[in-house]
Design a protein around this ligand. Structure first.
Ligand code: FES
Length: 76
């Protein structure tokens, strides 16, 4: 139920951290999967290198991926 704006020059993880929502990260390059959360994956522009096509339907790596449109719903 919380909306978090993500600026063009920041990641979703950074925007969430600014709101006090801490998502664990490690590589911050889409490689390790530490930041992966459940999400409406069809709403995302996936930029990771760790999720399969099937996983991308319901999960998102927040360190590197973004909303493909106006909104990306994640389940934290
Ligand atoms: Fe490694 Fe996001 S922190 S994939």
């Amino acid at each position: 139920g919380i909306r978090v704006p993500v600026a063009a020059d920041q990641s979703a993880v950074q925007a969430l951290h600014e709101m006090g929502i801490i998502i664990p990260v490690s590589c911050e390059q889409g490689l390790c999967g530490t930041c992966v959360v459940d999400a409406e994956g069809e709403q995302a522009e996936h930029r990771d290198h760790c999720l399969t096509t099937a996983e991308r339907r319901r999960r998102v790596a927040l360190c590197c991926s973004r909303a493909s449109g106006d909104c990306l719903t994640v389940h934290l």
